[in-house]
Design a protein around this ligand. Sequence first.
Ligand code: APR
Length: 314
Amino acid sequence: MARKKIALIGAGNIGGSMAHLALLKGLGDVVMFDVIEGLPQGKALDLSHAGPIEGFDGNVIGTNKYDDIAGADVCIVTAGIARKPGMSRDDLLGTNAKILTSVADGIKKHAPNSFVIVITNPLDAMVTLMQRALGFPKNRVVGQSGILDSSRYRSFIAKELNVSVKSVHAMVLGGHGDDMVPVRSSCIVGGVPVEKLIPAKRLDEIEARVRNAGGEVVALLKTGSAYFSPASAAIQMTDDFLFDKKEILPCAALLEGEYGVSGYYFCVPVMIGAGGVEKVIDINLNAADKKAFDESLSHVKDIVQAMNRVLGVA
Ligand code: APR
């Protein structure tokens, strides 16, 4: 069987980390595309030199031409600008909307059958734009958000209780902004609800930290935003797609009636397999979580409207 082809659109921090992970995990051949000449080529050459040490045979190339993504099975989009301290994800809207419009042209023309994962922020608006511009069915365009947000929640809970991260399951749903919704009742540690292990007041603090975790990283880095963890999240989605794993993960999917939402990308649990987003899992939220979910949705609606104004769409 021929190797799968993974196209990374944007060869910056997240793009570079994803290329490394995809090669280490043997997911396939990697094409790194960027508008900056030399950047993707240099990273690809460097990565290829790690092959003999790590024992991976996947090919990796860097390019400034969309022709080279031809026939990609998966396209992962990080093209755009990242946050600097003091910026919200929404501040990236105008610049990144224009960049993603051009990226959609390239993908549509050269990788029309690919599964597309969007990471560029503001995520919920950018994945909406991508699906509209591509015209691909909704199962083939998805946003990376909740795996990362949930992983942050899991990591903080594991540290708090001094247990393995593998024993902590959690789900953060809603928009990929500061009003995301950590679903406390879904946080389970070794089969025990977290609420039985950590006092409510402390959980409030941890969940506030989860909501601001991306900003906390930006404030420390000063020159950009998180990249190792978003890369891991998108590579997990890629692995699930390429190997038909049917894992249930929180991702931004286009909702058409589920959770009472229609026509918006929003993070909910979905099943990812060879068919892309094969199923949206409708879970029953309690009243408090539903309220937070609806508040987050109203923010996503605002940002999509703002994007429509930027793009001149009614
Ligand atoms: N086509 C392809 N690549 C582009 C384009 C374009 N039209 N415009 C910009 N880029 C490239 C930049 O040249 C840069 O190399 O996108 C890359 C972005 O990389 P970084 O600035 O390192 O940003 P990164 O940390 O990878 O984050 C990318 O993901 O999580 C989000 O908020 C984050 O929107 C940001 C995106």
